[in-house]
Design a protein around this ligand. Structure first.
Ligand code: 6PG
Length: 253
């Protein structure tokens, strides 16, 4: 386990801050969509600033296409993005465009793409500036989790996670999950979000989930001490998070 001495959690004293929903297939997709649409509707600001992830997330979000969503109000960023052309099959933007954005009827969201013409370091700085320009924080972060407990492109053994430096976004040139060059919002930026939501599916996630979550008095809560997985440390500014799991991932938690 890496040391977590340099890391801090927001709102750790709040009890029961985690909510866990377990559902499968279309039911999971519907529940995630309902949750996101409800948060978006309840946002009283002019703009709804959201971070989306790659992996299985874009497909899971297609349930939003059946709901009443005011897309024009959305500013969309990617919690992490691969340093590849935007039309590459590895691009998180492309996955979201293909599965979701291209299918929206009517007004589209404002999509903030990574400037892939720049070096990864310059692109990260510019991406951080873009978030600052729309209010410095996410109203909602929609995150996945890898079987190793990574989230966005924050990996458990990597200094990008273990040694925070106050940047809004940073580049990683040696990502354990390919492609190796990526830009990710940092732990502190993600922790400053109004809300954080994870979606984890598949049994490869179960062992780590069983370390992150623990049953206390019949209810699932965060385990303490907090294990050194980025997905355990990314919580919203009030210490909370919503987790959506399928039965395979929950492994009978
Ligand atoms: C990426 C991601 C990454 C992803 C997790 C979970 O671009 O690779 O943003 O953090 O969300 O690896 O991926 P799955 O949802 O496919 O399991």
């Amino acid at each position: 386990m890496p040391s977590v001495a340099n890391l801090s959690l927001p709102g750790t004293t709040l009890p029961g801050a985690v909510t866990v929903t377990i559902a499968d297939g279309d039911a999971l997709k519907k529940q995630v969509a309902q949750y996101v649409a409800t948060i978006a509707k309840a946002c009283t600001k002019d703009r709804f600033v959201v971070a989306l992830s790659g992996g299985s997330m874009p497909k899971l979000l297609t349930g939003l296409l059946d709901l009443d969503v005011d897309w024009a109000k959305w500013d969309v960023f990617f919690a992490d993005e691969r340093c590849v052309p935007l039309d590459s099959n590895d691009s998180n933007y492309k996955a979201c465009e293909d599965h979701l954005f291209s299918k929206i009827k009517g007004d589209k969201p404002t999509i903030h793409t990574l400037d892939t013409s720049l070096s990864p370091a310059q692109a990260a700085e510019k991406y951080g500036d873009a978030l600052n320009a729309v209010g410095r924080r996410f109203d909602l972060c929609l995150l996945g989790m890898g079987p190793d407990g990574h989230t966005a492109s924050l990996f458990p053994e990597h200094d990008l996670f273990r040694k925070p430096d106050g940047s809004v976004a940073r580049c990683i040139l040696d990502s354990p999950k390919p492609p190796s060059e990526r830009v990710t919002f940092t732990l502190s930026t993600l922790q400053n979000s109004v809300r954080v939501c994870f979606v984890a599916t598949g049994d490869s996630k179960t062992p780590v989930l069983k370390e992150i979550l623990a049953r206390k008095e019949g209810k699932l809560d965060y385990a303490y001490p907090v294990p050194a997985y980025p997905a355990a440390w990314v919580r919203s500014a009030d210490g909370g998070a919503q987790w959506f799991l399928d039965s395979a991932a929950s492994g009978g938690l």
